[in-house]
Ligand binder design. Sequence first.
Ligand code: PEP
Length: 257
Amino acid sequence: SEPRKPIIAGNWKMNLNHFEAILLVQKLAASLTEPQLTEVETVVIPPFTALRSVQTAIEGDKLALGLGAQDVSKHPSGAYTGEISGGMLAKLNVSYVLVGHSERREYHDEDDVLVNGKVKAAFAVGLTPILCVGEGLVTREEGTHVAHCTNQVQAGLAGVKAEHARQVVIAYEPVWAIGTGKTATPEDAQEVCKAIRVKLAELYDGEVAEAVRIQYGGSVKAANIASIMAQPDVDGALVGGASLEADEFASIVRFRE
Ligand code: PEP
């Protein structure tokens, strides 16, 4: 099987208006060469209100930068005030969408059934979901974090066929490490990412398991990315806070150098 291409994605969360977003993309483009941006697939995930501006900046300057959204409705269209459909995102040349980020699960009561609906809604319009899973501190201390995360993967992919499952990106993000400055050790990240791959082999087959890219997320910085990426089952990173600084994010993308 072909080696998995690393994927580094920057989740900007609820930060930056659309002018600030264009500025950040331009700074990022100035800090990274085209080979750097393509050898490691690099994706920015702005808020909805900045997607159109960022898309225009990417296309206008022919930047080798991927575009993602932070959420998607499980519905294709209709009377769902305030929601954004996958079709609307696809029309903006969005390629990726975060599904089940811990902040959505925690502050918007998203459960595995809803997350599964969003995963399916994304695939239905050709978007690639970045399915986020991860345990809280209590689960980690109880020692049931591996089962917690593999169960979230199984539930998130329920009813998803192999041809789609092989395209999914999974982000393992221990909730206790998100925005806290606490990073999982590379060994902790590897333990769960490996278990997720084993689960994918069980749910589908070895070919799907080897194809799926699994990211680590949780206080990733330029200073810790190399040791995390050195783990065999970690194929990338989902970066929050550090993705808002062009130089820091560019250094993360250059983790091999
Ligand atoms: C995230 O938002 O997915 C994340 C990992 O945030 P941070 O890098 O700030 O911990």
